[in-house]
Design a protein around this ligand. Sequence first.
Ligand code: ANZ
Ligand code: ZN
Length: 869
Amino acid sequence: EDGVTRASRLVELGTKWKNKTMSTTKLIPSQASSAQNIKYILSMFPYPSGVLHLGHLRVYVISDSLSRFYKQRGYDVIHPMGWDAFGLPAENAAIDRDCNPSTWTYDNIAKMKEQMKNMLANFDWDRELTTCSKDYYKFTQMIFLELYKHGLAYHKEAEINWDPVDKTVLANEQVDSTGHSWRSGALVEKKMLKQWFLGITKFGHALMNDLKYLDDWPAKVKSMQKNWISESKGVTVNFNTNDPNFKIIQIFTTRIETIFSVDYIALSASHPIVRARLQKDNSLKLFVENSSNLKNNSKDGYLLKDIEATFPFTGKKVPIFVAPYVISGYGTDAVMGVPVHDQRDFEFWQKNNNSKAASLPSILPSKVSITDDIPLPYTSLDGVTTEISGNFSGISPLVARKEITSALVRENIGQETVSFKMRDWLISRQRYWGTPIPIIYCDDCGPVPVPKEDLPVVLPQVKQIFNKGKTLAQLPEFVNTVCPKCKKHARRETDTMDTFMDSSWYFFRFLDPHNSNEPFSKNLATNGMPVDIYIGGVEHAILHLLYSRFISKFLGSISKWDDSEHLFEPFKKLVTQGMVHGKTYMDPDSKKYLKPEELEQSTDPKIPTKIKGSDKIPVITYTKMSKSKYNGVDPNKCIQEHGPDSVRAHILFQAPVEEVLDWDESKIVGIERWLTKLLGSVEQVSKLGKFSKDYELPTDLTDYEIQQHNKIHNLIKSITLSFKNFLSLNTVVSDYMKLTNLIQKELELNNIRSALLMKYTQQLVSVIYPIVPSISEEATEIINKEQGWNWSQYEWPDFETKLSPRKTKFKIVIDGKMKGFVEKEQGFYLQDHDKIIKDLKKENNIGSFIVESKIKKIITKHNLISFVS
Ligand code: ANZ
Ligand code: ZN
């Protein structure tokens, strides 16, 4: 057979059936389906970069296959697609190419939409949304105003992460552990700026706690979220100060039992006392500016010489430092330093207070005396409290923790609290291409929210983008406005929102995409949410998923949607698909990566690839696709060469959904052969005669037919369960192949009646629809043409329970000698010989006579099995 014609037919079929969709009940708002019957299947929507890459392809093949499957099973499937269209790449492209970000974005959307259609992804295009369209961002602004109304959006001066390359502020989540920007890779600087924050920490407990209900989320993602949120149970304690403007410093500690050993207080650069002093104290200002570029593991400190702190319990006085190791925005921005019990505090004290000895420990191992020489700091919780601890000495540290806390609460100088590592979400971005923050600044009224009826605050079209990131601020017609309250002259906020805000609620909008009054109707959201299956990259394990959970919970808390358990979790099942790795060739000597043109590839798969002009065999590995490794694959080209269904089946067949996929295009030939064979078999079976479209399984099946029926229906069962329960789509494809082989074999053997074979063929054509839709459509057309039917393959076949076959006695003969009888199902002798041997070896009376290695031939009849060696 000719590989090229084979492939080109598959390509043609892709084009032929490209726009064929299977309609289900349209979930238009007026005829909302009942919640039980809705399956909401969602792929993470892409950034419209203009090119679909293999990662996209993999996600959309998964979601498209699932959505087709559930449609066949009778669900009202929601399978929408949209565009996460605001963000820096558009802005940078506009600067580079001197065009408008909007033009660039919408061009890319058009391109990507076409590519999605080419891969036969069947999205609900009537639900399409684009976050940069004002029909969408109007409601992003409305949700911001809801947050504002509920005290969850606030304007605050804070130490923020500044990306010097992208010239914008970053959320903490966007800075990696080495202090670099997730996007530009630049070393992030600290700056003080007045910014808009969203109060995600108010939902910290629910975000943490409810993870335990997400049974269908990967454990890895849940633990990443846990680590990110990181709930710490502790105590806040008020220390008095002699600062004339601040009477109290509140510290947060998780080790209150060590408080009797406190030696100093340390403040972060954001602490109000520090803020207040910055203007007057130049050397402090210098210290803060310099240390802003230091990491949090710096041991530097700045002593505030004119003030000190007093622990009201004991009257103990301690110095106050400003220290970069105190993280801005965590806890209370103030810590009590306990050098004898904490490593960081120990090092800080050594560096900043050499002359003065640290306090004695308040906890020590049980057998040790306070004057003994033990290595410090003593960080363990084992032991007993020492006499330093006054009324609380001689008890276990955990008991002391409880008792000291109660005493502080009683005296009104302390309180139990939880702090989260997760900080409030900084959403201000000093960039143009984003949702304008709907706030107006008035000299008299302060920040005033834009009234709902004035939304959207439209992002003005601009001719030029300023690389300094201040584009909106330079547009007087945008900036100047009137105060909604007092009608005096006022200025608009010129920052835009983090694009993660746009994507934190888009799954609600998909349920009611044309609503022009509100983001979505409560009824439709309640019916459609949560998303049943959400598919996307594990790179979103923290940011996007956490923000989406937060906004969903917030919208639930203000009654914008409902769910019976009141968890307000947006995504029931989360599937994180693995990466696609490309085939990488390396010169074994120079260790250089080789370009395709440096290789000599044979069309014969048995001949290995060589390095051109030599006999050297390159080292082949699979690695993350990148330009520098010359291992990138363009899915569009692949589809043009092999047809969409070959690529779809290949991508699913090569690896389980959650695992890394090593992209080896040479293996696609196997898929092409299978699909071609499948169509050939369908054609042949359809030509066996004229049959009834709704042929019922007859009652007089022969044993052989029963046996084959069971084989076929076990495969259909396995396919159904793989889709439904395990999402093991690679086994679905291998079951498809087995089914095809079975049918082809029966065609050759002619052992089952043709009407039955036709029926199985129809069932095969139905179950392949989710993954190879154009092949399924074509096969249906072939059948209908030959049979003169108008049959539709969309209904999913039931798998019937195994009919129990009658038993019969087989005579077992080995090399002409009778060894005994075995009772088996009548069809036993028809099975694979390997299976027969395996089963017979288990039989007590004859098993020991059968020596596999000696067997040359097996003769099987309806009552006899004879081995020849
Ligand atoms: C006194 C103390 C004694 C502490 C001791 C620890 C050990 P986690 O679990 O991370 O929440 N801390 C509080 N606020 C901080 C901030 N903004 N930046 C840096 N550190 C801060 O740890 C809480 C502990 O980290 C707190 O308990 C506090 O130091 C410090 F033997 O208080 B501890
Ligand atoms: Zn005003």
